[in-house]
Design a protein around this ligand. Sequence first.
Ligand SMILES: Cc1ncc(C[n+]2csc(CCOP(=O)(O)OP(=O)(O)O)c2C)c(N)n1
Length: 293
Amino acid sequence: MDRLSDDDLALLLLIRSFELKLLDLFERGELNGTTHTCLGQEYVPVSLRPLLREPDWVFSNHRGHGHYLARFGDPEGLLAEIMGRKGAVCEGVGGSQHLRRGRYLSTGVQGQSLPVAAGVALRLKRDEPGALACVHIGDGTWGEGAVYEALNLAQLWRLPLLVVVEHNGIAQSTPTALQMAGTIEDRARAFGIAHHHVDVFDLSRIRAGLAPLIDSLRADPRPLIVEFATHRLGPHSKGDDTRPSGFPRTDWYAAYQAAHPAQSARIEAEARARVDEIAADVSARPAATWTTA
Ligand SMILES: Cc1ncc(C[n+]2csc(CCOP(=O)(O)OP(=O)(O)O)c2C)c(N)n1
């Protein structure tokens, strides 16, 4: 694998350390509710980060901590949100899955964000040419009808909509092969929507492939579906991993560590220490107070 910049690796490992910390906090009974970690998929939002601009909207899903951290680099606010402590991004009301900050929204309802993102893309096309709406969905979410209604209008109305599919081969406990007929690429083709497949981890290669497509989407609005072939390393949420042992779980970081051990060890130690400190600080804070104003 190509060597990453320290900044990119730091963000990737911040996300990984953050997610591992959440699982640890859950195990120790210090977190309530649920959480879906993006272990193994961290590189998806990190690869997109320099390709997105401030006026762009990002719509995230239930597995969205990495999306948020890549956009804002704010582990303190996110952890406080998840723990319901002072300093929480949404005053502790949204929790892990329902965040709103500026032009960033997430939802735990599968398929909900695509029609909303299409509507926002229509507004951007009219009032802010050059900006786009980026929406993250999983492969399992292609079972929701709202996805197709949104894609239909996005193509018909030529909306600047970037659909990022994190295809990790499983939806909760159902392998994709047991519930999806055909392919996402064929479904895109049915609408006449361009589809781009990403099956590498190298950020520079991913960005080089995507940059011209995203530039052209901005200049001449239309939807684009980018499908990442990826693997989730952790359980669906906390302890619910029903996958057989042979289920593929390729880890970009294991490959990267082997290729660049010194840089990995240095930056991983920094990321883990930072997240430990944040967890100690946030855990000691009082509960967030919800103001209705
Ligand atoms: C409308 C709706 N139905 C069911 C669920 C429960 N649920 C949460 S995540 C999930 C699987 C999602 O799979 P996928 O879209 O592939 O994303 P992944 O979890 O693999 O990242 C399900 C069924 C939900 N959140 N929303």
